[in-house]
Design a protein around this ligand. Structure first.
Ligand SMILES: Nc1ncnc2c1ncn2[C@@H]1O[C@H](COP(=O)(O)OP(=O)(O)O)[C@@H](O)[C@H]1O
Ligand SMILES: [Mg+2]
Length: 251
């Protein structure tokens, strides 16, 4: 059981050129909460996850991740703060981003060996354990090209878990998968939630969101337009914009 940690986002704003992509986002995520983030394409979901993870530096506002704080503005955050935050929150992407020249175990061993200074033998042992945790105990020596999309994504999850994070940021991690492979990845997320990891999941899987998320956050035009428990947001959205979005996605 991992100790959960809260995330607080206050007034975060980010423009790319003249385009205001995040327009004052406020969001508090309690310890161990699972938040499903949904909304129309271009609404700022990926940008917000990247800000939380220190991949994108924002213009204004602040993000508190446990004891670490990122501040918007001219000055980029200290490298050490970003490193600490990335250890607390692993990020997983739609396109897996595995190293093609490394096996499943090799991908998972990379950061423990190079960032944590773990011995190759210890990192390998841990990689095999993590692969078992995502249901891939027998694929340690397979290369990404030998794995299905669902398997690749589970390797990517195991790789993020190798840094012993307290939470995961998931950016549409099932969007590139065939329907029958989506559920094997979503099932792993549900287990991680049960283990106490905080999950911030950008997804179009409304069934999963309803079943597994503690809260649904709808981001549109760089703002949080809905934020509440699944039944409230899905059945009684407060904005016409969210109502239309749900109708479109369910159509
Ligand atoms: N690095 C970037 N440079 C310029 N524009 C960007 C960049 N990243 C994202 N954008 C723009 O920001 C807007 C929001 O993008 P994004 O955060 O990816 O939205 P979502 O994930 O909700 O679809 C889009 O209009 C996108 O084109
Ligand atoms: Mg996106």
């Amino acid at each position: 059981m991992t100790q959960p940690l809260p995330v607080e986002i206050r007034g975060v704003a980010k423009a790319f050129g003249t385009r205001q992509v995040l327009d004052g986002v406020d969001l508090a995520i309690g310890p161990g909460e699972t938040v499903a983030m949904v909304g129309p394409s271009g609404g700022g979901k990926s940008t917000l996850l990247r800000c939380i993870n220190g991949l994108t530096h924002f213009d204004a506002g602040e993000i508190q991740v446990g004891p670490h704080r990122l501040r918007g503005g001219h000055q980029p955050p200290p490298r050490e703060t970003v490193v600490q935050i990335r250890r607390l929150f692993g990020m997983i992407f739609q396109d897996f981003q595995l190293f093609p020249h490394l096996t499943a175990a090799g991908n998972i061993m990379e950061a423990p060996v190079h960032v944590l200074g773990m011995s190759a033998a210890a990192a390998r042992q841990r990689a095999v354990q993590l692969l078992a945790r995502v249901g891939l105990a027998d694929r340690a020596d397979a290369y990404p090209r030998e794995l299905s999309g669902g398997q690749k994504q589970r390797v990517a999850i195991a790789r993020a878990l190798a840094m012993e994070p307290r939470g995961l940021l998931c950016d549409e991690i099932t969007s590139a998968l065939d329907p029958e492979l989506k559920h094997e990845v979503l099932a792993v997320l549900e287990e991680l939630k049960a283990d106490g990891l905080a999950l911030i999941v950008v997804t179009h899987e409304l069934g999963f969101a309803r079943r597994s998320a503690d809260r649904i956050v709808v981001l549109d035009g760089g703002r949080v337009i809905e934020d509440g428990p699944p039944p409230q947001v899905f059945e009684q959205p407060q904005t016409e914009r969210a109502r239309r979005f749900f109708q479109q996605i369910l159509a």
